[in-house]
Design a binder for this molecule. Structure first.
Ligand code: ARG
Length: 563
């Protein structure tokens, strides 16, 4: 059911000659106050054609609208406000949710289609950065949303495991490295070696050449170099996996940059066959003048390939392997130009599927207004941050509910959920401020608040000890429950909008609104009172648990039943 659509249809009967159904739907607004109705139609747009004042149009229209689910319409100045039939709507919505359960809001938009999502993609031998955290959290929720909308989803972790930095790392390890220390704390140790390389190279510039030679050796397949590289890679991946476990994230493929080493020659050959390569100072580039972009560097004068060469090759490989209908890259907005170039080159190669590729960018994480960085010594290890969040959550739970049985599981769900929700409630393009204490409070616009509301609803159901009969609703008619009903009715729209805009904040915001509406309801209405509406009220509570739980699942969060 779609209230906007119902109202638009009713208006269309009168206004079809002037406005299309979709134009009407777009014009209809949701009033800020329920006393102004559930939906409002602004009549300004018709004033010119009708040669009448909007207020007069509203008042004339009010006599014509007629729909079994619309109780009444009322002209209010230039607006025509519609009041829906609470009883019938709530009955239908509750029935729908309780029948569909966690399928509520699912669609078939993506049925038979494949979406590949490239996300997280950290660089080995470097700490997992805050940017990678955002990519991981956003990529995870987009995968879940796409699946809910019927897509077959392939989650790809395009690990940064190749490049000149490995020359530096090999040189640094050979000079100053210690096997046991790397074993114990691979990423920390390797990163320190990397930082040290740069410090020493300032005083001893010849180190740079050594590193280039070392990388060349690696590229040429030197046994000992490959062995070191494999070790660095495996050790790093193991550390990353610990973070993925904490976050509950998994991937279908870990093919990173190195995977394409033996596949790039073919790409370059293809570019050459299609006469797209131009020489520029000994390097090979694809000119993108028509696209108003700087040339895309494909091969350096020393023969080395680049990040873009790998992405072009990866895209061709993925098309062949997965035959995707949509290919999404969840990567910070600082790489915007890179993806524009990659897509433009693929387009020039004549691949019409290039237009199905999307870069989904996002802003920075800030700490006290400054970009939170994992570089230059001051390393913030993400694993530590997550563990601290879990620790803090545990403290909060211990004061709130000291007798809770599975405190550690709940603390995990709340700590991690807080970090995830804090990220996803913001529009992804915005920069976000990172404040653990803030995101962990149980009041306010936080993950724990939504989780707590869900747990509260679960506890009401436990107390009620009664089955709900969906065949015998008497219909809820109060405005508190109707606010809750309307929010739940919005859930499927939030899901499809989230898919369309690659914007999980649509769902996060809706969950907050639903949680607020439900808490308001809870404070105003005696839910467990024995009267003819008890069955309806419990159905409402149960529906709230279903929608909150499913919404949180889509965001990548857990929903404890008690906390
Ligand atoms: N490893 C890259 C980085 O940390 C991100 C890779 C994103 N994915 C891609 N296909 N380029 O900046």
């Amino acid at each position: 059911m779609d209230m906007k659509n119902i109202y638009a249809q009713s208006l269309y009967k009168e206004l079809g000659a002037f406005l299309s159904l979709s134009e009407l739907e777009k014009l209809i607004e949701t009033p800020t106050y329920d006393t102004h109705g559930d939906l409002a139609f602004p009549c300004f747009v018709l004033a010119k054609q009708f040669k009448k004042s909007p207020a007069l149009i509203a008042s004339e229209l009010s006599a014509t609208i007629n729909h079994p689910l619309i109780e009444r319409v009322k002209a209010d100045g230039p607006y025509l406000n519609a009041f829906f039939n609470k009883k019938s709507i709530s009955e239908q919505v509750l029935k729908h949710i309780l029948t569909d359960q966690q399928q509520y809001g699912s669609t078939h938009i993506g049925k038979g289609k494949t979406m590949t999502i490239d996300f997280s993609s950290p660089n080995i031998a470097k700490p997992f950065s805050m940017g990678h955290l955002r990519s991981t959290v956003i990529g995870q929720t987009l995968s879940l949303i796409a699946e809910k909308c019927g897509f077959d989803v392939v989650k790809i972790n395009h690990i940064g495991d190749w490049g000149t930095q490995f020359g530096k790392l090999i040189v640094a390890y050979k000079k100053w490295g210690d096997k046991a220390r790397v074993r114990a704390q691979p990423i920390m140790e390797l990163f320190e070696l990397y930082v040290r390389f740069h410090q020493e190279a300032e005083r001893h510039p010849e180190l740079e050449q050594e590193a280039r030679d070392a990388f060349k050796q690696l590229e040429d397949g030197d046994e000992a170099s490959i062995q070191l590289w494999t070790w660095f890679r495996d050790a790093s991946l193991q550390e990353f996996k610990r973070i993925y476990d904490l976050l509950g994230v998994s991937f279908d493929s870990y093919h990173g940059e190195a995977f394409y080493n033996d596949k790039m020659a073919d790409t370059i050959q293809e570019l050459d066959n299609k006469n797209l390569l131009t020489e520029s100072d000994g390097a090979e580039v694809v000119e993108l003048t028509n696209e108003e972009l700087p040339p895309c560097l494909i091969k350096k004068s020393d023969g080395a390939t680049l990040y873009a060469t790998r992405d072009i090759t990866a895209a061709r490989y993925r098309k062949k392997t997965y035959d995707f209908d949509k290919m999404v890259y969840v990567v910070g907005h600082e790489q915007r130009l890179h993806f524009q170039q990659v897509f433009a080159v693929l387009n020039k190669m004549g691949y019409d599927w290039a237009r199905n590729m999307v870069h989904v960018p996002f802003g920075f994480i800030l700490k006290d207004g400054k970009k939170m960085s994992t570089r230059k010594g001051k390393v913030v290890l993400l694993e530590e941050v997550l563990k601290e969040a879990i620790q803090l959550a545990k403290k909060n739970i211990e004061t709130k509910n000291p007798n809770l049985a599975n405190k550690d599981d709940v603390a995990h769900a709340v700590g991690v959920g807080a970090v995830i929700f804090h990220d996803l409630k913001h529009e992804r393009n915005h920069n976000i401020e990172f404040d653990l204490e803030d995101m962990l409070t149980f009041e306010g616009s936080t993950g724990p608040y939504v989780q707590y509301t869900h747990a509260r609803a679960c506890s009401i159901l436990r107390k009620a000890k009664r089955d709900i009969d969906i065949e015998s609703f008497s219909g809820l008619t109060d405005s508190y429950s109707f606010t809750v009903i309307k929010k739940m009715l919005d859930f499927p729209h939030a899901v499809t909008r989230a898919l369309k805009d690659y914007e999980a904040s649509h769902i996060a915001k809706l969950l907050l609104e639903l949680a607020r509406a439900f808490n308001q309801y809870y404070s105003q209405v005696k839910i467990l009172q024995h009267d003819s509406e008890l069955n309806d009220r419990l159905a409402l509570v149960q529906s709230v648990t279903i929608v909150l739980r499913e919404g949180m699942r889509l965001l990548g969060m857990k929903a404890p039943e008690e906390m």
